[in-house]
Design a binder for this molecule. Structure first.
Ligand SMILES: Nc1nc2c(ncn2[C@@H]2O[C@H](COP(=O)(O)OP(=O)(O)OP(=O)(O)O)[C@@H](O)[C@H]2O)c(=O)[nH]1
Length: 310
């Protein structure tokens, strides 16, 4: 079964995410692809959902942010979308307050990580707001920077309200923060569809692709264990992790245990919780500038598929 492509639409409040989503859905319809939308809103009522065509399967996550309070709900809704509609693509519109790393983390559930292909984070930037950002509280300024820094594609929007000089300056500032992501200057979120289709943050074909992309911002990798492994060997593996590894989560079956453990790793802290049934042994990784080929090799060694290196 082909994997469902996942696109995350990030960007601060009012920057043009819904406008972009509508543009993208129009193109998807013209191309006859099956798509679904997951809309996250901080408030209890979604205004943006009303703007989406009734024919598009849409799930709402209201009253919080998927990167903090609504993680479990997100998981069940994504699973339902995958099961009911088997879409070619799922667009997730985040709240303006969402942090890109946390959103990736929330979306990549080890339960269905092998059914989806994470295509990337598209961040919309409001050119007029960006110009004035120094007047905003420091936490908001930081969030705006991180949304740009970890994007795979940056849509600098509302250029109709900026002079040519301001557009040039803005573009240079954005590129100095994230030189790897293409930056498109536009108004009303109009972007060529192929720009978004070409995205890829997932490691494909045994981590080769991600290896090539190392250095292009955040990337993700899913490893599926086919055997039990030694816990001490796994802990050795953790001790050798590179600095840019932000997050690992998933199920791992240790040689001494009856059932797998749910394993969580977050910025160096680890947690194990024994499960009481068998679960897919997927381990999901999220990192920055990681050589996934090396990680793959180490995990294969751990499983005893390859001889240990001295
Ligand atoms: N002038 C101008 N207005 C724009 C442009 N793009 C979007 N808008 C308007 O800006 C407002 C916010 O756009 P949305 O697409 O709803 O932004 P959003 O990021 O989804 O907003 P939230 O869901 O509140 O975070 C709407 O009134 C849009 O019509 C643009 O390029 N130029």
């Amino acid at each position: 079964m082909p994997k469902a492509e996942i696109y995350i639409l990030a960007g601060f409040l009012g920057t043009g995410k819904t406008t972009l989503l509508k543009e993208l859905l129009t193109t998807e319809h013209e191309e006859g692809r099956k798509v679904a939308v997951l809309m996250n809103e901080l408030g209890e009522i979604s205004i943006d959902s009303d703007e989406i065509d009734d024919t598009v399967p849409l799930k709402e996550l209201l009253g919080g942010c998927i990167c903090c309070t609504l993680q479990d709900k997100l998981e069940s809704q994504l699973q339902e979308i995958l099961k009911l509609y088997q879409p070619d693509a799922i667009y997730i519109e985040t709240t303006g307050a969402a942090h890109p790393v946390e959103v990736l983390d929330a979306v990549l559930s080890p339960l269905f990580a092998d059914l989806i292909e994470m295509k990337g984070i598209v961040t919309t930037v409001d050119g007029t707001l960006w110009k004035e950002r120094a007047a905003m509280p420091p936490q908001i300024q930081q969030l705006l920077l991180e949304q740009v820094r970890f994007a795979d594609l940056i849509v600098v929007n509302k250029t109709d309200m900026l002079s040519d000089f301001e557009q040039g300056k803005l573009c240079m500032e954005i590129q100095s923060l994230n030189a790897a992501a293409p930056c498109i200057l536009t108004s009303f979120s109009r972007i060529p569809a192929k720009k978004i289709r070409n995205l890829s943050v997932s490691a494909k074909e045994g981590a080769e692709a991600a290896h090539v992309h190392a250095g292009l911002g955040l990337s993700t990798f899913v490893y599926r264990f086919s055997a039990r492994v030694s816990q001490s060997g796994f802990e050795d593996f953790l001790r050798g992790l590179p600095d840019g590894m932000f997050r690992i989560k998933g199920y791992i079956h240790f040689s001494h245990a009856d059932y797998p453990d749910l394993f969580q790793y977050s910025y160096g802290t680890t947690l194990y919780m024994r499960e009481c049934m068998n679960l897919p042994l997927n381990l999901v990784f999220i990192g920055h500038e990681i050589d996934w080929k090396e990680i793959l090799q180490k995990l294969e060694q751990l499983e005893g598929r390859l001889p240990e290196q001295d």
